[in-house]
Design a protein around this ligand. Sequence first.
Ligand code: ADP
Length: 359
Amino acid sequence: MAALQHSLTVRRLAKHYGPTRAVDDVTLTIGRGQFVTLLGPSGSGKTTILMAIAGFVQPTAGEILLDETPITPLPPEKRNFGMVFQGYALFPHMTVAENVTFPLRVRNVARAEAERRVAEALDLVQLGHLKDRRPSQLSGGQQQRVALARALVFQPALLLLDEPLSALDKKLRAELQVELKALHRRVGLTFIYVTHDQEEALSMSDSIAILRDGKLVQEGPPGTLYERPATRFVADFLGKSNFLAGRIVERRNDGFAYAVDGARFVQHGPPPAGDDVLIALRPEKIGIAAEGEPAPNTVEGTITAWSYFGTSFALIVETAAAGTLQVTVPAWRCPVEPAEGRRVRLAWTADASVPVVRD
Ligand code: ADP
């Protein structure tokens, strides 16, 4: 399958429905061949952006460009984008092969060429052996792979995916995440993916754009967003986080110290403007330290609740200085037996946490 890579730019895009700003001045560039995910809670404007890219929603303001060409006024069929949705929308009376042939029939592709392309698309999603089945004879995951083959068979300029895995159970979803990422590598097309599932976004994307109330709040590679969330919302939405609200008490070249309820902690990196600071601290970056073990930041507390997840323990620790902290410890090397009422000494390094903007 030819790798036709295109970039897509959304420039100052807005969509208003009466007083609702479904999309509010969003600017975003998706590079050639990238897998970019629009991530945000329900109602944050993800689908509206995707539908505007597809041509089903006419924006109130702004532009959409494929490479450098404005496509905003083009109807969906002129954009030649592949689409995959949550519901598979397969034709129940047609076989797998007939479903995948459908977009080629609409485009009057000659029969021999169509057969060749359908075989190629079915191979791509590893469903060649099931081509004569009907959708009702397939599992949910297989149906979604047929939908993918159907969206790829006409060599679209881009592939748009709106929560395609959300109807599947957790294990199958995880398998299809791996498959989708491999498929993206094989076809080389630009993928634009919509989800509200942060793990899905983290595991598949080259880049994630986080949306809230129609606005783009931060974009970047998954690792950067997870390690360096700019705001409290991003830190909270992408993974879990504790927050420490403090006052800066010392500024140094390599970082700063801040006070929370009389306790003093240190933070690596440049201090934010002003004296107040909000620090995001991931549960897995807090360790349990032995008595007397030196650590840059420590706080004593009492375990008030805990759960076992096989790979890890999740502890809730009530501390005097830092409030209630969530702590995740790998189960195979948890230094204490978790128990309600047990005292623990928590520790973290100066680069384990990150200052964030309150929002
Ligand atoms: P998401 O995909 O992130 O869940 P949507 O893009 O579907 O969010 O919706 C964003 C906001 O716009 C929501 O408040 C939603 O209710 C509103 N909205 C979406 N489509 C319409 C519509 N056709 N008419 C009125 N309001 C809409």
